[in-house]
Design a protein around this ligand. Structure first.
Ligand SMILES: [Zn+2]
Length: 89
């Protein structure tokens, strides 16, 4: 979704729209349309810039991605030391 790279569905993070915000559905249990993105900030940011979620989730307007970005940051800090510095309060 975010990038053009192919990946197995299990490598991707499912995103659903809940009350105007993008919500990570890491267990794949939330109802409704889902969008898939690599759980990486580069892919997420690309998807946000291209408004991939708004289109894929058929949202009437812009979706809030702040909580989703925070979630991805949290899940990727273990792999990326550079990102860890950025998310330190
Ligand atoms: Zn990607």
């Amino acid at each position: 979704m975010g990038c053009r790279k192919r990946a197995a569905k299990t490598d991707l993070l499912r995103i659903v729209a809940v009350e105007g915000a993008c919500v990570p559905d890491h267990r794949g249990t939330l109802p409704g349309r889902g969008a898939y993105v690599h759980p990486a900030l580069v892919c997420l940011d690309q998807a946000v810039r291209r408004r991939v979620f708004t289109r894929a989730l058929r949202a009437p307007g812009a979706l809030d991605t702040k909580a989703l970005r925070h979630y991805v940051e949290q899940t990727t800090v273990a792999d990326q030391a550079a990102v860890a510095d950025q998310v330190t309060p």
